[in-house]
Design a protein around this ligand. Structure first.
Ligand SMILES: C[S@@+](CC[C@H](N)C(=O)[O-])C[C@H]1O[C@@H](n2cnc3c(N)ncnc32)[C@H](O)[C@@H]1O
Length: 271
């Protein structure tokens, strides 16, 4: 159901993308993508769950050609109108796609990178991850990459923040085997938190792990923007810590999000 995200679309940038914490977390992802898309590297990107198009425009500005997709018409509208105000319209195509239906999408087109930022994969179940992994393998050129930013089952910041307020259940709310219901303006979705190991195991038949990194281990979750409103210097220090330790995969399973980068395995030649 895209109703929740259709309703979120008008305020998404204000609440997340343009907020200090949202910008810091996205900046971490962009720094990583900058290394992946250096000028001698492939640059045709299929973006899943593109939201309001922040990343599609960033990647286009870096020279990539992007097919930006989402299942929420309102998110896609936001992407299209934001794109119209840039000089990159020619490098970004926008199209509706439900992640769970990737296998039948643009059947003959291949990409160098399949990219999913900030929790799109948390909107699908563990079983659906496997189907997605198989479909993505078919969409990628040799040595293509699947890069995703996903919420794990435990976030240290969340734990400390809520336990400090004696809200123990909230501090551990991600730590459940079943999907967690999420309500927005009376509409509902389920969020599945995926730790790096089980997520990778869904991909491991076709992909090898290149790296993983915390996105939001020192930088807090974005719902703490108001808590940090008058503590900008703290936030900047936390961001510096995150960038300093950022190359380490340490903390990925205890961060607000983690980035996982997987490369398509070479296909065995049939005898
Ligand atoms: C938290 S937002 C992230 C948006 C964007 N990637 C970003 O970095 O800001 C999650 C996005 O996933 C999209 N989404 C959720 N489930 C989806 C699905 N099954 N197929 C396609 N998009 C989905 C939502 O519409 C929403 O735009």
């Amino acid at each position: 159901m895209s109703v929740v995200f259709d309703q979120m679309a008008p305020s998404y940038d204000e609440v997340f993308s343009s907020s200090p914490i949202g910008k810091m977390q996205r900046d971490r992802v962009w720094k990583y993508m900058d290394e992946v898309i250096t000028s001698d590297n492939p640059r045709k990107v299929l973006e899943l769950n593109c939201g309001t198009g922040e990343d599609a425009i960033y990647l286009a500005a870096k020279g990539c050609s992007v097919l930006a997709t989402d299942y929420s018409p309102a998110m896609l509208e936001a992407t299209t109108s934001k794109l119209a105000a840039t000089e990159f319209e020619g490098r970004v195509r926008v199209s509706e796609l439900d992640i769970t239906e990737l296998s039948s999408f643009h059947a003959d087109e291949k990409f160098d990178i399949v990219f999913s930022n900030f929790g799109g994969l948390n909107c699908i179940s563990r079983e659906e991850l496997k189907t997605l992994a198989d479909a993505a393998a078919e969409k990628l050129n040799p040595r293509g990459r699947f890069i995703a930013v996903v919420m794990p089952k435990f976030c240290m910041w969340e734990f400390l923040y809520f336990v400090g307020r004696l809200q123990f259940r909230k501090g551990l709310r991600r730590l459940t085997a079943s999907p967690v219901p999420f309500e927005f303006n009376g509409s509902h979705i389920s969020i599945s938190y995926h730790n790096p190991k089980p997520l990778f195991s869904a991909f491991s038949q076709n992909f090898q792990l290149k790296s993983k990194a915390a996105v939001g281990f020192f930088i807090p979750p974005s719902y703490l923007n108001s808590f940090f409103r008058k503590k900008r210097r703290w936030l900047r220090s936390l961001s510096k810590l995150e960038n300093f330790f950022g190359r380490l995969s340490y903390g990925a399973s205890a961060a607000d999000h983690y980035l996982i980068d997987m490369e398509l395995k070479p296909r065995r030649a049939t005898p």
